[in-house]
Design a protein around this ligand. Structure first.
Ligand SMILES: [Ca+2]
Ligand SMILES: [Ca+2]
Ligand SMILES: [Ca+2]
Length: 170
């Protein structure tokens, strides 16, 4: 059982981990965007650095705490960006003959539904229950997740180790 599945993505993926918590879209693009190139393995220091870079991106008011609002703003932005990319791909695929029969405005309306995000899962690492994630709480969660994922305890996380844990959490 993974306590912090959402941080796991930060361990190796170069994309924003918190985006993974956004609700998946109902419709799937025919051609999903290629995964960002991630290194095959990553030492603990690099994992921590990545996680803390993400913390800094989420903590927009720089008070050293990730609030629910900040997390949800980040999730919404990430989900919106993902949807925009997906929509562009879908639109390009649909309008293959470029005759403009599907207008961009019509297409935009289809996607006007609000994006729902929920920081609750991310906030599970709020151990002192003050409604915010401090850098210390974030770091503790990152290290705990790292330790869990680093199956052979060599201080380096391989993609195989991450995938093995991700499979267990499904
Ligand atoms: Ca903050
Ligand atoms: Ca807290
Ligand atoms: Ca390892």
């Amino acid at each position: 059982m993974i306590r912090f599945p959402l941080l796991a993505a930060a361990l190796i993926a170069s994309g924003p981990a918190l985006a993974q918590t956004a609700k998946p879209p109902a419709a799937k693009a025919p051609a999903p965007a290629p995964k960002a190139q991630a290194p095959a393995s990553m030492p603990r220091a690099k994992v921590v650095a990545n996680a803390e870079a993400e913390f800094a991106r989420v903590d927009t008011n720089k008070d050293g705490q990730m609030s629910r609002a900040e997390i949800e703003t980040f999730q919404t932005a990430a989900a919106t960006a993902a949807r925009t990319r997906r929509n562009a791909a879908v639109f390009a695929a649909l309008d293959s003959d470029k005759n403009g029969q599907i207008s961009a405005a019509e297409f935009a309306r289809i996607n006007a539904a609000p994006i729902k995000v929920d920081a609750s899962e991310v906030l599970r690492v709020d151990t002192n229950k003050d409604g915010q994630i401090s850098l210390a709480e974030h770091r503790a969660a990152t290290l705990e997740t790292f330790t869990l994922f680093d199956a052979n305890k060599d201080g380096t996380l391989t993609r195989a180790e991450v995938e093995a844990q991700a499979a267990k959490s499904r």
